[in-house]
Design a protein around this ligand. Structure first.
Ligand SMILES: *Cc1c(COP(=O)(O)O)cnc(C)c1O
Length: 367
């Protein structure tokens, strides 16, 4: 084995329970993008067994994959393109988000005696998906051929709980919900909160929360909300790799493409057979690996299939030894947060981009 992402499903279950308690409402487990890189089906099953009420995905094909795996829990897909196979969604009992009158018409046309189940997505200030200008023209006649199950929106700044945009979005959401009630739909699931709002804005929980990143044990924003540990979350993924090669080099040896860095002293270099094709960001700097109680930083540029770390002259590491690329930091490893910061990005991007060449292994973490 060259590299593997070890996913601890008991951590996912712990996080789901923590979030569901924090919300005090129904919980939709967000499993889009292969469950943020953790593996769609095993994570969906773990989340449901820990009490999740709904599964949420972006794409219709992700929802279909869940049904094909035999999962019969409610599923919402919120980014279903025009021209999609809405008949299949209806047949498989997949609920879809609708954000325009055109989409509503398309879905209504696909409905038969079995109506499509839809959640109305409303734009309360993020200016991404959701009804905005067309909202005022929506009438009950647009809704006769569909079953309105829910209404939802999405926060733009939930990771900055004191920002006024959060309360503005809640006010707009309440008004848009009131209009749906006026149209005669009073029994709808209202949902607005992502992970950050679930943890920090209890008033926004409504009837259901949609939690993604926190379910994987990662903080929505380390700077504004604190890290996993301070939030009581357990990071589920540990990325580890076997050292491909260890070798001694003298001081002032240039390393990697462009010779962007050189060794500062006589040292040992470790070559790890993972690169940007596996989701290790090429730009990453100030991250690295952990081995036997010690961190070793990246030296030089990350290449497609490999990167090099400076192990230090005294290192006992040898080819074939396993090292931790990121983990839950309980032994001082780098975290997905560290890799995010080291790449001018966020933990979300680090875990979702771990490539398909890296097998996902379901077990407790190794160190
Ligand atoms: C991805 C997504 C979420 C989950 O957000 P987290 O910050 O990961 O909790 C919730 N709702 C929608 C609509 C999303 O696209």
């Amino acid at each position: 084995m060259r590299a593997e992402a070890i996913v601890d499903l008991s951590a996912i279950k712990h996080n789901v329970e923590l979030l569901k308690n924090a919300a005090g409402t129904k919980l939709l487990a967000v499993v889009k993008a292969d469950a943020y890189g953790h593996g769609l089906i095993p994570v969906a099953q773990a989340a449901l067994s820990a009490g999740a009420d709904y599964l949420g995905v972006a794409l219709l094909e992700e929802a279909i994959a869940l049904r094909e795996a035999g999962i019969d829990a409610p599923i919402l897909a919120w980014l279903v393109q025009p021209g999609s196979d809405f008949k299949k969604a209806i047949e498989l009992d997949i609920e879809v988000a609708v954000a325009s009158l055109a989409a509503l018409k398309e879905i209504s046309d696909a409905s038969t005696s079995k109506k499509a189940k839809v959640h109305l997505e409303v734009d309360t200030g993020m200016s991404r998906g959701g009804f905005l200008g067309e909202w005022d023209s929506l009438t009950a006649s647009h809704l006769v051929n569909v079953e309105i199950v829910g209404i939802f929106s999405h926060f733009a700044r939930a990771d900055e709980p004191d920002e006024k945009q959060n309360s503005d979005q809640m006010d707009r959401f309440n008004k848009m919900v009131a209009r749906v009630h006026e149209l005669g739909f009073t029994d709808v699931i209202r949902h607005l909160s992502n992970s950050a709002a679930t943890l920090k804005n209890h008033a926004a929980a409504f009837d259901m929360v949609r939690t993604g990143i926190a379910m994987y044990g990662l903080s929505p924003d380390v700077i504004t909300l604190g890290n996993s540990q301070s939030l009581g979350l357990r990071p589920a993924m540990q990325l580890r790799a076997a050292l491909y090669l260890v070798k001694e080099v003298p001081a002032h040896t240039p390393v990697g493409y462009g010779a962007t860095e050189s060794t500062s002293a006589d040292t040992k270099l470790g070559v790890i057979a993972m690169g940007y094709a596996d989701g290790i960001p090429r730009i990453a700097h100030d991250a690295g690996i952990w081995f036997s109680g010690k961190k070793s930083p990246i030296i030089g540029r990350v290449s497609m299939d490999q990167f090099v770390v400076d192990l230090g002259a005294a290192s006992k590491a040898k080819s074939g030894d396993w090292v931790v690329v990121f983990g839950n930091s309980s032994h001082g490893e780098y975290t997905a947060d560290d890799w995010g910061a080291a790449s001018h990005s966020i933990n979300y991007e680090i875990v979702t981009r771990i490539g398909p060449r890296v097998p996902r292994i379901y077990s407790a973490h190794v160190y």
